[in-house]
Each structure stands twice: as C-alpha cells, then as structure tokens.
Design a protein around this ligand. Structure first.
Ligand code: SAM
Length: 336
C-alpha cells in the first residue's frame, strides 16, 4: 500500500484524477491483473473480483465499440498482446539500456494491464516503475499478480493525461485506434510528449486494414471500415503514424512494419492469433454495425446477416484461406 501511494505521488497525479487514484490505491479494489495466457489457454475459471469498477461511460461519449470490462474482451486483448510480441519479437522497441534514468514507464489505455505488469516484472531489476491508465480499470486482474512497482489507475486519454510534465522516460500507446478520433491523434501524441522526459521515448503500435482471400472476411472488413469512417476513427491508425508523428512535432520517428499473415501454406508467428483476434473484434461490433444504418448491396445489415458472414469467414480461415494485416510500430525520442 505504502509503495502504491509512493508511486502515485511520484507521478504527481493531478486534480480529480489524483483523488481517483488515491481511492483506487486505498482499497486496491481498482487495481487488478490480467489473466495469464495459461489461464486463457486452459480456460480455467479464476475467481475474479468486480469491486465497484467504473462502468462503461455514457453513449454520447463513445465512439469506442468494445466493452473491455468483460472476461471475453480481456482474453482477446491478452491474445492480441502476444500477437504483437510475436511479430515484433519484443514488447518494447527501445532497449532498457537507452531509457533515461530513473526508468518510469507509462501505458496509455492499458486495457487489462497485461503489458504494464509484464514490463514491471521484466524491468524490476533495473529499478523501474510502471503506470497504466485506462478509462475502464481492468476487470480481470487480481492484486496477487500485480508487482509493487506497477500501478493501474483510471483516466481518460482523450483528456489531459493525469500526470505532470516529464514524468516518464517511456510511453507506450498500443492499439488505440478504436477510441481516438482521427483529428485528435496529433493532440494525443503531444500529450504523450508532454509527460515524457527530454531524451525519453514515445512508442505507438497499431494495425492497418485487413486483406483476405476470403470473400466473407473482405465484406466484413469493408463494412467495419465504413463503421469506423462513420464515427470518425481510423479502422487502424498504423499506416498514418508517420504523418501523425510529424504533425505532433516529433522529427524523424523510426517506423517498423510487420506483415502478419495467416493461411496456407504458412503464416507468420502471430498469424493465427491475428485471425482469432480479428474475428472476435468483428463479433463484438455486431450491435453497432446492425444499428449503424450501413447497407450492403442495398439491404440493411442485420445481426443475422453479420453472423452469417462471420461463420463463413471462420470456415474460410479453417480451410486455410489467406488473411493478412500490416502492423506498424513507430518510435520517437523527445528532444533533449
Ligand atoms: C483495443 S484496447 C487496447 C488496450 C491496450 N493498449 C492493449 O494493447 O492491450 C483499447 C483500450 O482503450 C480503452 N479506452 C477507450 N476509450 C478510452 C479513453 N477515452 N481513455 C482511456 N482509455 C480508453 C479501452 O477501455 C480499452 O482498454
């Protein structure tokens, strides 16, 4: 407890957010841990505590389609975590040796907190502390899985981040496309720059748009893209990251891309995780799609029609039809 409060003070949590964080730390109710992949694979049911977490915000607030405080979404996010790691070969593009001391990491929109917890464990020998914040606190975490050098709190990433200037040596923003309006991306990165120390790093990892040999998967993707357009977000900000970094005042970001491939004869290491993840995303948007008014071949897209395409896309994948997506990782250093 003392350790958590110390970390919170260290990050100079501001205003109401500071009060929220204090309340979270007090009960440890709001600080929970990601399921391990082992739990997911074995489908073991761990008793999870839902202790008065903030709930999904009001409808007008949300462009964001995925309800993250349920177990299915938590599992999807953890699976996606491993997909990114397998494709890029690591969870972080910047080696610990070049991070400015003291090592303080921030995970923006941290989801289940899995990345933050892993980093806290991995970098504990270097004296690192890790903070993750999300609009919804992770619902599937338990305090026994969270190391003392990791703090997970509530916060709105579309607002001023709840930290003082230059509080961190490294900031991660992974898979944030689904909630950041296109026009807000430069401001989102400028906020990351503000909380990063001179000489520190900002890293963004995101998706592109899926391409597939499967006709059903292609149809689903086209409609999903229309849905994203209709609410003013990128279906995946990956291809736009160079432009966004420039518009945010970062000079020469390092851009790395990986083509994740699934299907016969052979995909890439994260290929099957990618398809499982993507089908889960498409399934989760059934309600917003069916309520969007988007049509296909001049007919409305009902939940049943969407479900039929999902079944077909899954069957095509099982038959080995190819599906691919480009991942982008962009890293920039804040000028010293
Ligand atoms: C696709 S998930 C990615 C989570 C995590 N970065 C990862 O890579 O696993 C997007 C996350 O953004 C969170 N989110 C949505 N709107 C947000 C907002 N305005 N501020 C902070 N987090 C938000 C969601 O609760 C969800 O956990």
């Amino acid at each position: 407890m003392i350790c958590l409060l110390t970390i919170a003070l260290r990050y100079r949590l501001e205003g109401t957010q500071q009060r929220k964080a204090g309340a979270c730390a007090d009960g440890e109710a709001a600080i929970m841990h990601a399921h391990t992949m082992f739990t997911w694979l074995t489908r073991r049911r761990r008793a999870t505590r839902r202790l008065g977490m903030p709930t999904q915000t009001s409808a007008e607030d949300h462009r964001y389609f995925f309800i993250s405080n349920d177990q299915g979404e938590a599992m999807r996010l953890n699976l996606q975590h491993f997909m990114f790691a397998r494709e890029f070969g690591s969870d972080r593009a910047v080696p610990v040796q070049v991070l400015p001391q003291p090592i303080e990491l921030l995970d923006v929109a941290c989801g289940t907190g899995f990345w933050a917890i892993q980093q806290a464990k991995e970098l504990a020998p270097f004296g690192a502390n890790v903070v993750g914040f999300d609009k919804q606190l992770p619902a599937a975490t338990t305090s026994s899985e969270r190391p003392d050098n990791c703090l997970l709190i509530a916060g709105d990433a579309l607002d001023r981040f709840p930290f003082g200037d230059a509080a961190f040596s490294y900031v991660m923003m992974r898979a944030c496309s689904a909630f950041v309006p296109r026009a807000h991306w430069p401001a989102f990165l400028r906020e990351a720059a503000r909380v990063t120390r001179p000489g520190g790093f900002v890293e963004v990892r995101d998706f592109g748009v899926v391409v597939s040999e499967s006709q059903a998967m292609t149809t689903l993707t086209r409609i999903f893209t229309q849905l994203a357009d209709s609410v003013g977000i990128y279906p995946g900000a990956g291809p736009h990251l160079r432009t966004i970094f420039s518009a945010s005042g970062f000079s020469s970001p390092r851009i790395m891309t990986r083509q994740v491939r699934f299907g016969r004869p052979r995909g890439t290491p994260g290929g099957s995780l990618m398809v499982t993840d993507y089908l889960a995303v498409l399934k989760r948007v059934t309600v917003p799609i069916s309520q969007s008014g988007i049509t296909w071949n001049h007919s409305p897209i009902t939940a049943t029609r969407w479900a039929d395409w999902l079944v077909e896309a899954e069957a095509d994948s099982q038959q080995g039809k190819k599906t691919a997506v480009q991942l982008t990782c962009a890293v920039a250093r804040r000028a010293a």
